[in-house]
Design a protein around this ligand. Structure first.
Ligand code: 5AD
Ligand code: SF4
Length: 488
């Protein structure tokens, strides 16, 4: 998910294929050390965040990070399995490492993340180059696994955990602009949407100790960061009950656990209270779990960004049921109404799947009509891609033909383009507080940042700099970007 995406969407709406979604993380060089580690990450924000944990674990073993593949002693690819194309991208990338390894045979190549978990030791047979295969819950074992390879063995650890949240690990911030950072708050997913591999590759849902989350956010703020994004496959089901362990429902907690408990709304409030100068974002929300209590907390604090990524996947109740999403079209619409009632200025984005098993033409029309109802600021739009071992692969037929899938996706994309442009046009003439994240790609004389609503704004630099909050009056827009000028 979203979330699950590039943290910076200067291009606005995209049909996400894995080359767009899975951009490359190249680690910045750090202090001098003995061996050099190079990591590339693909897929969701959680993977990018996990790579920072991996870098931290190995830095304690004397590894330095590098942004040069040739210089690296250890090369890791943090992989995504969400759609077939994501896996193809990774395989291609592994093949391209072949050349580097030929020139430097002692180079260790490791596969991390969802593909490692899904394929396990099969990876070693399929991709002869790979020396290490590590699933998302086994990163603490990396020093040991690297040692095994040093001793001439191949190394695999794909054990999933019921407790691991890496709560005590202080991530090494990679590719950081020094302004925004991710903080993982949950791991895994218990939702079992029938199309999705995540519950199999990332395991059961666990919530991280809130003290460690709040401390991480405070530390980032003290180092000058201005924005944190709380990450989880379903942040709304965050529930701490005194210890790390499998997800529980509040009603099933003992009195003692209830006394120690903290839900997502309460956690969010604690993070927001760190400083009004620290923006807080979150991803991904789930329509079945997002509560009014949470929406009220959001509305109460200006520094909680007014942006919700609320995937709906399909606008048709029967399809939602086949997907096992746990809500109906009407329920989803009610959540949207509530968001707009409590925060009229809140922007909303979604994930949408075209051509899921058995979807009829009328059911596809329901997706378009829901889009018309909500008018999303932007959306991530996908063709259904059957994934091995999911419930859909086992029980349902992938029976919408390729041509229909492509056409339905094209209709969804066209409608979304129109809505994005309309949404941005509505912002023209208004003034927004923009947190500057970087110098614009197009010109050194321009800065780029985001509004609370997550829309990218580009404006002349003048005497402003990265990390500043700047009041910017918007005077023009494209479908993906607002253009403006700072006001004094
Ligand atoms: N096919 C197409 N899209 C998928 N997603 C998850 N699994 C699949 C699949 N098998 C999409 C969903 C999810 C987003 C992260 O990826 O829209 O919200
Ligand atoms: Fe996959 Fe559904 Fe969990 Fe999202 S909520 S990660 S789509 S199973």
């Amino acid at each position: 998910m979203p979330s699950e995406y590039s943290s910076y969407m200067e291009t606005g709406n995209k049909v996400i294929d894995e080359t767009a979604q899975g951009s490359t993380t190249i680690i910045e060089p750090t202090v001098q050390g003995k061996r050099k580690l190079y990591i590339e990450s693909y897929g969701c924000q959680m993977n990018f965040s996990d790579s920072e944990i991996v870098a931290s674990i190995l830095s304690k073993e004397g590894f330095n990070t590098t942004n040069s593949l040739q210089e690296a002693d250890v090369v890791f690819v943090n992989t995504c399995s969400i759609r077939e194309k994501a896996e193809q991208t990774v395989r291609q990338r592994l093949r391209s490492f072949q050349k580097a390894k030929k020139e430097k045979p002692e180079m260790i190549i490791g596969v991390l993340g969802c593909m490692a978990e899904r394929l396990k030791s099969k990876f070693l047979e399929e991709e002869k180059l790979v020396d290490i295969v590590v699933g998302p819950d086994a990163y603490r074992d990396l020093p040991n696994l690297v040692q095994q390879v040093d001793e001439g063995k191949k190394a695999v650890n794909v054990i999933l955990s019921k407790e691991e949240t890496y709560a005590d690990i202080s991530p090494v911030r990679l590719l950081s602009n020094g302004v925004s950072a991710f903080i993982s708050i949950t791991r895994g997913c218990d939702n079992m949407c029938t199309f999705c591999v995540v519950p199999f590759t990332r395991g059961r849902e666990r919530s991280r100790n809130p003290v460690t989350i709040i401390n991480e956010a405070k530390e980032l703020f003290s180092k000058g960061y201005k924005e944190v994004t709380l990450l989880g496959q379903n942040v709304d089901s965050y529930l701490w009950y005194g210890k790390e362990g499998l997800k529980k429902n509040y009603t099933n907690l003992s009195d003692e656990e209830k006394a120690k408990s903290m839900n997502f709304a309460q956690l969010m409030e604690q993070v927001a209270l760190i400083s009004p100068q620290l923006r807080v974002r979150f991803s991904t929300s789930h329509p079945k779990d997002i509560t009014d209590e949470f929406l009220h907390v959001m509305a109460k604090y200006d520094n909680i960004c007014k942006y919700i990524h609320l995937p709906f996947q399909s606008g048709n109740t029967r399809i939602l049921e086949v997907m096992n999403r746990g809500y109906t079209r009407e329920w989803y619409m009610n959540r949207i109404d509530k968001i707009k009632e409590i925060m009229p200025d809140c922007s909303i984005s979604a994930d949408i799947i075209a051509g899921f098993c058995s979807e009829t033409e009328e059911e596809h029309q329901d997706t378009l009509s829901l889009m018309e109802y909500v008018k999303y600021d932007f959306a991530y739009m996908f063709k259904y891609s059957e994934r091995p071992n999911t419930q859909a692969q086992k029980r349902l037929k992938d029976d919408v033909n390729e041509e229909d899938k492509s056409r339905r996706l094209a209709e969804i994309v066209a409608l979304q383009r129109k809505h994005s442009l309309e949404a941005n046009q509505k912002y023209v003439g208004r003034t927004f507080e923009v947190l500057v994240e970087k110098v614009s790609k197009k010109s050194d004389n321009e800065l780029a940042g985001r509004t609370s609503q997550n829309t990218v704004v580009v404006f002349p630099k003048e005497n402003h700099k990265v990390g500043d909050y700047v009041q910017v009056k918007v005077n023009a827009c494209t479908g993906g970007t607002l253009l403006g000028k700072a006001i004094s």
